[in-house]
Design a protein around this ligand. Structure first.
Ligand SMILES: [Zn+2]
Length: 372
């Protein structure tokens, strides 16, 4: 480290400022510390910082992290650390630790892992506790921001479940009809890709060297279609909706703030997970339902119908919707009628987005983000 980069640290920085008797006292200055550093000031010059090296046997409490401003990180102008090099630039690439030392009642702003060299166990315990607190904080923010969306989500999923019920029943009827009038249809459409079997002639060279033509069967891609409704192995959707709705009932609180303060940290973590998973699963189910609906769209039916009467189709197939009736069969003259429930035309909205998914929230308690 070249001397020119050394900090000229004033003696008062090293004096112990035993002002932080309790954790509450320490927490109370967290915002002030972050603002000081975010404004471009040296961490070691913050009025409450104690720059003397920590006693190796001390058990610090890491109450948060502190980020150097982005421009400073980019310029690699690091901050001085009381642990290892009080006058040299040392940390800042990773956020520094705001460490409260209860025995000395002081706060030190230090390199993220520096204290580990002095006291690995004390450091690791403090890091684990901070991570736990940060997770709890993220859960709280996530739940506060999103639990109020549960009541609407339940109502929406209840509506969707009724429609899914109708589709499940329709799907059963469709299977039983198709098993009579077009038993092999799934084999030909199951991948969602329609093809034609075309006879063509290919040129080949005989052993005597002359060119000749011979017939070959080629498969030509015709188009793609939505087919979920025709899948003979699909499971009923409505039961899946019921499962999600029942899980959401567990976190459907009238008074979110009151409920949250009554929950333990572990219960909050569980609620955050339930919320996250239910919305994710609910979205998947709504997409599945929409996909079944798409199978009955005029464009989808028209593609299937046109393909089914092509001369080169691998299977004769007819399907047509007329108002509230669906007709299926091998050809227009031999069809079976399937009545459609009114709900097949109902469009279901999306679930509201969740803000700050608990797994994606910032790493630090009330932190000033790097990009700020
Ligand atoms: Zn250090």
């Amino acid at each position: 480290m070249s001397k020119e980069h050394q900090f000229d640290v004033p003696p008062e920085a090293f004096e112990p400022k035993a002002w932080y008797v309790t954790r509450t006292d320490a927490n109370a200055v967290l915002d002030e510390i972050r603002a000081w550093v975010a404004e471009g000031n040296e961490p070691h010059l913050w009025r409450g910082h104690t720059h003397s090296p920590p006693p190796p046997l001390a058990m610090p409490v890491y109450i948060g992290e502190v980020y150097l401003p982005a421009a400073r990180v980019k310029a690699k102008r690091w901050a001085a650390c009381p642990c290892c090099c009080p006058r040299d630039p040392k940390y800042g690439r990773e956020p520094g630790k705001v460490a409260w030392f209860p025995d000395e009642q002081v706060i030190r702003l230090m390199g993220p892992d520096c204290f580990r060299a002095l006291n690995p166990e004390g450091h690791d315990i403090a890091v684990a506790n901070l991570a736990k607190e940060q997770k709890e904080w993220r859960d709280k923010v996530f739940l506060l921001g999103n639990l109020t969306k549960v009541v609407d989500a339940v109502a929406l999923l209840e509506d969707a479940r009724l429609i899914a019920d109708d589709f499940d029943e329709l799907q059963d009827t469709l299977h039983s009809r198709l098993s009579i009038c077009a038993p092999k249809i799934w084999h030909h459409i199951g991948k969602g890709v329609l093809s034609l079997h075309r006879s063509e002639k290919e040129v080949y060279r005989r052993r005597d060297g002359e060119l000749h033509l011979r017939p070959v069967e080629v498969t030509v891609r015709y188009g793609s279609v939505s087919v979920a409704l025709f899948d003979p192995d699909s499971r009923p959707l409505s039961r899946k909706f019921t499962k999600v709705i029942e899980s959401l009932y567990d976190i459907d609180y009238d008074d979110v703030e009151a409920a949250l303060s009554a929950l333990s940290d572990a219960e909050r973590a569980k609620a955050a997970k339930t919320l996250d998973q239910c919305f994710q699963k609910g979205r998947e189910l709504l997409a599945e339902l929409a996909e079944r609906r798409r199978c009955l769209s005029p464009a989808n039916l028209a593609t299937l119908r046109a393909w089914g009467r092509e001369a080169e189709t691998p299977i004769r197939f007819f399907i047509n919707r007329d108002g509230s009736d669906l007709f299926v069969g091998a050809r227009p003259s031999e069809v079976m009628r399937i009545p459609l429930p009114a709900s097949v035309d109902v469009v279901i909205s999306e679930l509201p987005a969740l803000t700050g998914l608990s797994s994606q929230l910032g790493a630090s308690v009330g932190t000033t983000r790097k990009s700020a």
